[in-house]
Design a protein around this ligand. Sequence first.
Ligand SMILES: Cc1ncc(COP(=O)(O)O)c(C=O)c1O
Length: 388
Amino acid sequence: MEQNQIARRMDFIAPFYVMDLLARAKELEAEGRSIIHMEVGEPDFDTPQLIIDEAKKGLDLGFTGYTPAAGIPPLREKIRDHYRNTFDVEVKASRIMITPGSSGALQLVMGVLVNPGESVLMTDPGYPCNKHFVAAVNGVAKPLPVGPDTAYQLSAELIEKHWDDTTRAAMVATPSNPTGTLLSKQELSDIYDVVRGKGGMLIVDEIYQGLVYGRKPFSALSVTDNIIVINSFSKYFTMTGWRLGWLVAPEHYIEAIDRLAQNIFISSTASSQFAALKAFDPECIEVLEKRREEFCKRRDFLLPALSELGFKFPVVPEGAFYLYGDCSELTDDSFSFAYDLLEQEGVAITPGKDFGSNKHEHHVRFAYTTEIDMMQEAVARIRRFLGK
Ligand SMILES: Cc1ncc(COP(=O)(O)O)c(C=O)c1O
């Protein structure tokens, strides 16, 4: 043993490469350069005022202590009502756990599901932290290369093919990060059938659920109760910094999840929970729905504009706020491409490397978390960068 040793599991936990790019973007900005940010997966809208006002009220009322690890009962009940009213799904409040973001939920889920050495299937490209949540509990992440043929999602066939004796769970996200693509109810149902047939657990990340364009969103809970669903106030509700999310699990897992939450987090932030009680109010949803329409307009602007420049989008993204562009006709090194674009033209995008190793050098992600006039300028700059 060496005094300065760092545990081996950290060898499996990679940084966000985009953070270096973001740091460079900030440096350039500090030098007075104009930078257009399309790299960060965070809505550019502020939290609705109604929620902010409620947080202030909560603080004045002394809502500053620990809460139950599972979250305050009225918020669990609000989420129950949300499933009932929006998705026509009945979920008992006792199956809903409030968590510090969906990141907190994912840690808890991996903690109660995965034994050391057991594996979890997921997409490549996918949300980078998923691999690391598994590594943190000494599990083995198994990213499966996916492409346009399955809308960059896992399929029942892929899961059937790659499931082995070590596999404990399969994980999907709909809409997905980085591709913005969705699973249909039928596809989810087929995936569920395979996973249950193998005796494993299906984890469905619905963090971008409210941000779906041109289709009516549904919850995987309308397919079956017997899965774990992850959600968050971060994206649709534009509350990233409040660190608040939730999970829904079969009753059987709740006691263990609660026990782990008590130990790891004690509770989610009290004032955030208090404020989130307002998040489902019609007044608030009205504001958020306008923003959803704005995101849809942005996608409808950016997708054809980038296609015209030579980026390819073989599957139209119908959700989240990302476009995952195939840039193989423009470069064989998306990492340098992203850095050169930043240095030369001040447009910040995320290289594919952040989302896995499957053809990452031929992909970049654009986040349309900036206004259309800024994106028009970004497109003009990219055109110049490409010499078109
Ligand atoms: C697919 C997906 N899941 C989970 C998260 C974690 O979000 P949070 O912890 O803010 O809820 C993110 C954040 O970008 C994400 O894209």
